[in-house]
Design a protein around this ligand. Structure first.
Ligand code: PEP
Ligand code: MG
Length: 755
C-alpha cells in the first residue's frame, strides 16, 4: 500500500496541470482500491459550494457542472464533520442527495474523506462501490493518508490560482494569495528573484523577444556546458574511476541528443523564450523516466535534471535573463531570505519583500520593518519563481499578495499607497515633538537599528535615541567574524550619530533563526539551543572583542548602554558583567581608559521573567524582548508559518508576564524598557505605557505612528486601558479593546483589523 501511495502522489505531483492531476488522482485511486468510482470535489469558497471536478466511474460529463451547496448531500456531510464518512448504502442515508447528471443509481457503498490543509476543507475525495458494504479500515486509512497528501498539492494549486481558474473559468479579477503579515505597508512592484537559483521549476513563462536571439543564446549555453563537461572530464580522468567518468559521458550524450535540443528549439520557434523551452523539454523527459519506477531510470532522470540546471545556469548568466531588474520598484521574492540578500540590493528601489517561509518574527521581517519595506511572509510552497518579471502587489497589513493585478485592484492599491504616503507626510510634523501624553507625561520613544544604513532612518523618525541596536546584523553580512577595529568603527559611527541621546547596543545574539554564514550552529532545536549569551559566554574571545570595541567606541560619545540577550540565569549575568569589567581593565592597561556604561538584561525567557527582580539588582535596567518572550511563553516557534496564528504578543499570559516584570523592576528601582516588535503596534504601545513600561523601542518607520498614538491619550486613559486589558481572557477581546480605543481617539486610519 505504501508503495502504491507513494507512486500515486508522485504521479499527481508530476502532472503538468491541475486538470491532469485530478484526472490521474481519480483513475489511480479507483484502480488501486478496485472500486467502481472515485470522484473529487473541490471547494469553491467564493460561491460556498463543492464542485465535482473529476471522476473515474461516474458520468465524465458531470465534471465542472455538478455543484453542491456547502451543506448539501453526503459530500457536505464529510466537509461538515471534517472526518471520513463511511456508509454501507448511501441512497438510504437521510443526507443522500440524488444528482441526475452523475447516474449513481447502481452505487451503494460510499466513503468520503475531506482534504484539509491548515484547518480548511479544500475538497472531498469520494470512492463508491456497487455492493452494499462498509469500507474496511485499511481502505479508509489508505484514502485518509492520500487525501492528506493531496491536500498539500491542492493547496499549492489554490495558491497559484489554478483551482480558481478551473472552478470559475468565466470570472475575471485578481486573486489574493494569503500569507502572513510581515512588515506593515502596501507596495506595488515587479517580482524579482534575489539570486541565481538556477532551478528549473522556478523558470518563469515569458514570450521570446526575438526567436533568432533566443536560439543563439540557447546554443551558446549548450556549447558552454559541452566545453565545461569535456574539460572536467579531461581534468578528472586521472583521478576518477571509469564508472564515475562515465557520468560525464552520459551528460555529454544527453546534451547532444537531438530530441532534447530539437524540442527546445521547437519551443523557441513556438514563441517561448529559451529558458522556458529548455525547462519544458527537460522536465518532460524527467517525468517520463520517473514514471518508469525503475531505480536505474530514476537515476537517469536526476542526470537530466542536473544537466538542465547546468544549461540553465548559463542561460541565466546570458544577456536576456534579467531585463526586469531595470524595473523602477521591485519586490524580492524568495523561499527564504537573509540579511545579505537585502544588503545586496539598492534600497531605494526595493518596494517590498515576499518570503515563502517564516513569519512576522523572522529576522528578515524585522529587518523589513526596520527598512520600512512592506513584507508578506509564510506564503507556503508556491511556484512564485515562475512569476519573475510580473507585477505584484504586497499588502503587508493583511499578509496578502496579488499577482498580475487587474486594473481595478491596481488602482485601489495605488490609492492606498498614496494615502499611506500622505499619512506619513502628515506625521512628519510630529518629528520634533516628544512622545508626551495629553496630560503631559513623557515616555522616551526610541528607534531600533541593525545596520549603519539605519542611522538616517532612525534620526529622521524623530526618535529619542536607539533602544536596540542589533549588533549581529553587521556580523551576518560578512564572511568572517569582524575584528575589534572593524567593530570599533561601526559602533563609533552609531554612537556619534546619536550623542548625547542613548544608544543601547545588544551584544551578539546569534543562533535561533540568526545564522552566520561562516559559523554554523547545527542545533536540532535552534530556538532552545546555543543562542545569544549562551554562545558568547562559551566564546569569551568573541565576546571580549566585541565589548572592547564597544567600550573604546564609547570614549567620547559616552552614550553607550550595553544589553545582554537571552539571559536564563543570574550566573550568566554575573559572568557577562565580570567579562565586561575584564574588558574595561584590559583597555585601561592598553592605555584606553573606558567609562563603565550602563548595563541591562533582556527579559525574553520565562525563567528570566520570574527572576526579574534578582536580575534587575545586578544591572541598571531591564529590557523586555517580547518577540522571544511570546515564543517561549506560548511555545510557538516565532519563525514557523504553520503556527503563526497562535503567536500573538497580546496573549493574556504575555501581558500578565510583562506586568510582573514591570512590578519587579520597579521594586528594585530599575527602569523596564520594551524593545520587542510589540512596541511598534500603536495600540499595544498605549497599553504598555498604561502598564508602566518606562520606554519603548520601535522600528523607525513605526515611530511616528506610535508617537501619534501616545500623544492622543492621557496617562490616566492608558492606565485604564491596561487595567481593562489585564482582565480579559482572549487575544481577540484585547485586540478589540485597543482598536476601539484607537478609533475613539481619532486614530482609525492606523487600525488594521488583521493585526
Ligand atoms: C525580542 O526577542 O523581543 C528581541 C527584541 O530580540 P530579537 O527579535 O532580535 O530576538
Ligand atoms: Mg530576542
Amino acid at each position: 500500500m505504501l508503495e502504491t501511495l507513494r507512486r500515486i502522489v508522485q504521479d499527481v505531483s508530476a502532472a503538468p496541470d491541475l486538470p491532469s492531476a485530478l484526472a490521474i488522482t481519480v483513475s489511480r485511486i479507483r484502480d488501486a482500491m478496485q472500486v467502481a468510482a472515485c470522484t473529487v470535489f473541490l471547494a469553491d469558497e467564493d460561491n460556498r459550494e463543492f464542485v465535482l471536478m473529476a471522476t473515474a466511474g461516474l458520468n465524465p460529463r458531470a465534471a465542472g457542472r455538478v455543484r453542491l451547496s456547502r451543506r448539501q448531500g453526503l459530500v457536505g456531510l464529510v466537509a461538515e464533520r471534517q472526518e471520513p464518512v463511511n456508509i454501507e448504502d448511501a441512497p438510504r442515508h437521510p443526507r443522500f442527495h440524488p444528482v441526475c447528471e452523475v447516474c449513481e443509481d447502481d452505487f451503494h457503498a460510499f466513503l468520503g474523506v475531506p482534504m484539509i490543509q491548515y484547518r480548511r476543507v479544500l475538497g472531498v475525495l469520494v470512492v463508491q462501490d456497487t455492493a452494499v458494504r462498509q469500507f474496511g479500515s485499511s481502505e479508509v486509512d489508505f484514502l485518509v493518508t492520500l487525501a492528506a497528501q493531496l491536500a498539500s498539492i491542492l493547496n499549492h494549486a489554490i495558491l497559484s490560482g489554478a483551482t480558481q481558474e478551473l472552478l470559475n473559468p468565466l470570472t475575471t479579477g485578481t486573486r489574493a494569495l494569503q500569507g502572513l503579515a510581515g512588515a506593515p505597508g502596501v507596495a506595488l512592484g515587479v517580482v524579482t528573484i534575489p539570486h541565481l537559483l538556477a532551478d528549473l521549476d522556478d523558470v518563469p513563462d515569458r514570450p521570446a523577444q526575438a526567436v533568432a536571439a533566443e536560439e543563439t543564446a540557447f546554443r551558446a549555453a549548450v556549447a558552454a556546458v559541452e566545453t565545461e563537461l569535456r574539460e572536467a572530464c579531461e581534468r578528472l580522468a586521472p583521478l576518477l574511476p571509469p564508472t564515475e567518468q562515465a557520468l560525464f559521458t552520459v551528460h555529454r550524450m544527453l546534451l547532444s541528443s537531438d530530441s532534447l535540443i530539437g524540442d527546445t528549439l521547437a519551443g523557441i520557434q513556438a514563441g517561448h523564450w529559451a529558458p522556458a523551452a529548455w525547462r519544458d523539454a527537460v522536465l518532460a523527459r524527467v517525468r517520463l523516466l520517473e514514471q518508469a519506477n525503475d531505480p536505474y531510470l530514476s537515476a537517469r532522470a536526476e542526470d537530466i535534471r542536473d544537466l538542465g540546471r547546468r544549461v540553465l545556469h548559463h542561460l541565466r548568466a546570458g544577456p536576456g535573463w534579467q531585463p526586469e531588474c531595470a524595473a523602477e520598484r521591485y519586490v524580492l521574492v524568495a523561499e527564504e531570505m537573509g540579511v545579505a540578500h537585502l544588503a545586496a540590493v539598492p534600497p531605494e528601489r526595493l518596494a517590498g519583500l515576499v518570503c515563502l517561509r517564516g513569519s512576522a518574527l523572522s529576522h528578515v521581517a524585522i529587518l523589513a520593518r526596520a527598512m520600512g519595506v512592506p513584507a508578506v511572509m509564510g506564503l507556503g510552497d508556491r511556484p512564485l519563481g515562475r512569476f519573475e518579471g510580473c507585477e505584484i502587489i504586497v499588502d503587508g497589513y493583511q499578509g496578502r499578495v496579488y499577482l498580475n493585478p487587474d486594473p481595478a485592484t491596481r488602482q485601489e492599491y495605488r490609492q492606498l499607497i498614496a494615502a499611506e504616503a500622505e499619512l506619513s507626510a502628515g506625521l512628519n510634523g510630529l518629528r520634533e515633538l516628544p512622545a508626551t501624553t495629553r496630560d503631559g507625561y513623557r515616555i522616551p520613544l526610541y528607534a531600533k537599528a541593525g545596520l549603519l544604513t539605519d542611522i538616517t532612518a532612525a534620526r529622521d523618525s524623530g526618535a529619542d535615541g536607539i533602544g536596540l541596536y542589533r549588533t549581529e546584523f553587521a556580523f551576518m553580512v560578512r564572511d568572517s567574524f569582524p575584528g575589534e577595529d572593524e567593530q570599533y568603527q561601526i559602533y563609533r559611527r552609531m554612537l556619534t550619530a546619536f550623542t548625547p541621546q542613548p544608544v543601547v547596543m545588544r551584544t551578539l545574539d546569534i543562533g535561533g533563526d540568526k545564522a552566520l554564514p561562516y559559523f554554523s550552529i547545527d542545533d536540532k532545536n535552534p530556538f532552545l539551543g546555543w543562542r545569544g549569551m549562551r554562545f558568547t559566554l562559551d566564546h569569551p574571545e568573541i565576546f571580549l572583542t566585541q565589548l572592547r570595541a564597544m567600550l573604546r567606541a564609547n570614549a567620547g560619545p559616552n552614550n553607550l548602554r550595553i544589553l545582554f540577550p537571552m539571559i536564563t540565569t543570574v550566573e550568566e549575568v554575573d559572568e557577562a558583567l565580570r567579562l565586561m569589567e575584564h574588558a574595561q581593565r584590559e583597555l585601561e592597561e592598553d592605555g584606553w581608559p573606558a567609562a563603565r556604561p550602563q548595563a541591562g538584561v533582556m527579559i525574553e525567557v520565562p525563567s528570566a521573567a520570574w527572576q526579574a527582580a534578582q536580575l534587575a539588582r545586578r544591572v541598571d535596567f531591564l529590557s523586555v524582548g517580547t518577540n522571544d518572550l511570546t515564543q517561549y511563553l506560548l511555545a510557538v516557534d516565532r519563525d514557523n508559518a504553520r503556527v503563526a496564528g497562535l503567536y500573538d504578543n497580546l496573549h493574556p499570559a504575555v501581558l500578565k508576564t510583562i506586568a510582573y516584570i514591570v512590578a519587579a523592576g520597579h521594586q528594585t528601582g530599575r527602569p523596564v524598557n520594551l524593545c520587542g516588535e510589540m512596541a511598534a503596534d500603536p495600540g499595544a504601545a498605549v497599553l504598555l505605557l498604561g502598564m508602566g513600561v518606562d520606554n519603548l523601542s520601535a522600528s523607525p518607520v513605526s515611530v511616528p505612528r506610535v508617537k501619534w498614538a501616545i500623544r492622543s491619550f492621557t496617562l490616566a486613559e492608558a492606565r485604564e486601558l491596561a487595567r481593562q486589558a489585564l482582565d480579559l481572557d482572549t487575544v481577540g477581546q484585547i485586540r478589540r479593546l485597543l482598536n476601539d480605543a484607537l478609533r475613539r481617539a481619532g486614530l482609525g486610519e492606523i487600525v488594521h483589523e488583521s493585526t
